[in-house]
Design a protein around this ligand. Structure first.
Ligand code: FAD
Length: 364
């Protein structure tokens, strides 16, 4: 008999398993995929660590979280500085003085501010387009936001609620570092090795879907840590939650350097993909070949991976009903992006696992 069955070998599951095991509990981790690490999974292909589920850059402002993850890997000094390609012309991201120079030829923050101010939407925004226009004006919106958003959400940004863009960081400095956090990098040797270390000495069963034999899996342990979809756990009794999904297509290219950067966003509407990743640049690779991945947004259906929750009014109200039930479930801890129905970066999931599992350990 195990003390804990942990459903999901992603960030929440693996960190929980480690903490509970270190506190003396016996854990079994199951995952329906054929690998550990959830969406952070990287696989070594032709000497390059490929981020199978999209670009993953670790960043945090929290020293405790940084110290925790550093116990399981060294990190390189990669700084995320994506480039945008709009109809063949390149722009720096996030929006900063380089972007403004590339757009308008302006050289000073004052000139850039005036440009944005003169183009801003000044009414009360009622949709995503107006919201973005009110924050950054029409040139930035039309060049760098509109087409990308349209592709991501597969609808005109006018049809999208304004809450999707609550913040659009604009920097009046020459600074292409996408994140503001103190700590940032890519684990040396890829993400999967972190999960191998987190799960060292713990029983792990892959290609094991909790719902394929729920009674059996529930009989294996006294308590459960559940990191799968919350609506499925409760048998969809309040309805289905909706998500956005992505399709990734990778190719090996017999050339040293395809795009000179790890991440390039395609912001025009006519290019069908949203990003091209060139994985070797995450780790400053010097191989003679390269691997690139095209990322395409797709409509989600149940057999596809749910990547991004759609936190609109309808889905949130369905989620709140499930959340209420989850708080009443005595022998189950829910956590991670699917059980909390929330987009989280990796450091946030680590933070939430550290805090929830520490409370659990205090109860022993
Ligand atoms: P997951 O990684 O999804 O793990 C959940 C696991 O549970 C999965 O392995 C799944 O197979 C398993 N599971 C689900 N249901 C069952 C079941 N019924 N039975 C058995 N197993 C089950 N974060 C960053 O910090 N930086 C980034 O740059 C970044 N980029 C991202 C890019 C993309 C395209 C995406 C989608 C996410 C990105 N993230 C990034 C977020 C990051 O992936 C998540 O924070 C992290 O993976 C969440 O961990 P988790 O444990 O909550 O979920």
């Amino acid at each position: 008999m195990y003390d804990y069955l942990i459903v999901g070998a992603g960030v929440f599951g693996a960190v929980s398993a480690r903490l509970l095991t270190d506190a003396g509990k016996k854990c079994l981790v199951i995952d329906k995929r054929d690998h550990i690490a959830g969406n952070c999974f990287t696989e070594l292909s032709e000497g390059i660590n490929v981020h199978r589920y999209g670009a993953h850059i670790f960043h945090t402002n929290d020293e405790n979280i940084w110290n925790f993850i550093k116990k399981y890997s060294d990190f390189n000094n990669y700084i995320n500085s994506p480039v945008a390609n709009y109809k063949g012309k390149l722009y720096s991201l996030p929006f900063n003085m380089w972007t403004f120079y590339q757009l308008w030829g302006v050289r000073t923050p004052e000139e850039a501010k005036q440009k944005i101010e003169s183009q801003r939407f000044t009414g009360v925004p009622t949709n995503l387009e107006e919201q973005a226009l009110s924050m950054v004006g029409s040139d930035i919106y039309n060049t760098l936001i509109k087409g990308y958003t349209q592709k991501q959400w597969m609808t005109d940004p006018k049809n999208l609620p304004k809450f999707i863009i609550s913040r659009l960081p604009v920097r009046y400095t020459f600074d292409n570092n996408y994140f503001n956090d103190r700590f940032q990098g890519i684990p040396v040797g890829g993400y999967t090795s972190i999960f191998k270390k987190l799960l060292k000495g713990i029983d792990v069963k892959l290609e094991a879907d909790f719902f394929s034999d729920r009674d059996y899996f529930e009989s294996l342990s006294r308590k459960i840590v559940y990191t799968g979809s919350i609506d499925q756990f409760f048998n969809y009794k309040f309805g289905h939650l909706n998500y956005r999904t992505l399709k990734f297509e990778s190719q090996l290219l017999e050339m040293e350097n395809y795009q000179g950067n790890a991440v390039c966003n395609y912001t025009d509407e006519s290019t069908p993909f949203t990003r091209i990743l060139e994985h070797k640049h995450f780790e400053f690779g010097t191989q003679k070949h390269t691997i690139v991945t095209h990322e395409y947004p797709e409509i989600w259906s149940k057999e596809k991976i749910p990547y991004y929750p759609i936190n609109d009014g309808i889905n949130n109200s369905i989620y709140q009903q499930y959340r209420k039930l989850s708080l009443e479930a005595k022998n189950c801890i829910f956590g991670g992006r699917l059980a909390d129905y929330k987009y989280y970066d990796m450091h946030q999931v680590i933070g939430s696992a550290l805090s929830r599992i520490s409370k659990e350990i205090d109860l022993f």
